[in-house]
Design a protein around this ligand. Sequence first.
Ligand code: Z5A
Length: 231
Amino acid sequence: MRGRFITLEGIEGVGKTTQVATVRATLEALQRPFVTTREPGGTPLAEDIRALVLAPREEAVPGSAELLLMFAARAVHVANLILPTLASGKDVVCDRFTDATYAYQGGGRHVPLPQVAALEAITHGGLQPDLTVLLDAAPALALQRAKRRGATDRFEAETVAFFDRVRAAYLERAAAEPARFVVIDATQPLAEVSAAVAAAVVAAAARWNAAAPAATPASTGAVAPEVEQPA
Ligand code: Z5A
């Protein structure tokens, strides 16, 4: 049976990386095998692209270039890690996926959404997350948390207005797809956010168990893996 695809989303510093640990612990308790990964990144080539796209630099980086780099990394990640892992029956837990492109390049950088959708179709066809946990908080709080960690990348140097647009784009996507998204108030104390994330995963897993065996990527129209699974 195909594994399930779980993504975590939200603006910078909202607690996604922290909550990956909660998802891991919950899946372990449910005895569901899984692999955790992140975007941009997740494979050696995709991590190289991540370093290129996040590095602070003097030269302007157009939104269209960011868009293409994000999808170049994603194409490698989907083909070499995500699809083979799902096909092997393991769940994939991913810190950010294509919702981030709609939010950051679409909402934040004003890249036209049809351009994002066109690359999404090329890169991962019908493959969509089965569950997306959106951690929501105002940029002022989230950026304060992120700054506590020190070094800043190219996105972290952006304005509060930029992150307001990113947040609004995320909330718009969540409102449009309520069956896939669970929106969690990330301003709550850590223990409460973790409990809400764990509850979302437990509820989704119960639905998946109750449903008929998951469709294969081929039957959902997802792109078939073109390369061998990494060792
Ligand atoms: N990007 C893009 O533009 N387009 C795309 O398609 C994709 C990505 C995929 C890298 O992402 C950048 O790429 C990202 C968007 C762009 N840049 N931005 N902004 P990333 O996910 O690797 O990096 P990030 O967003 O910068 O994540 P982060 O900084 O690691 O933040 P986080 O994972 O959401 O937060 P955290 O590290 O878990 O928590 C931050 C701190 O807050 C930490 O000290 C925690 O202990 C603390 N924390 C967490 N939760 C709480 C609560 N509830 N209370 C108090 N303190 C808390």
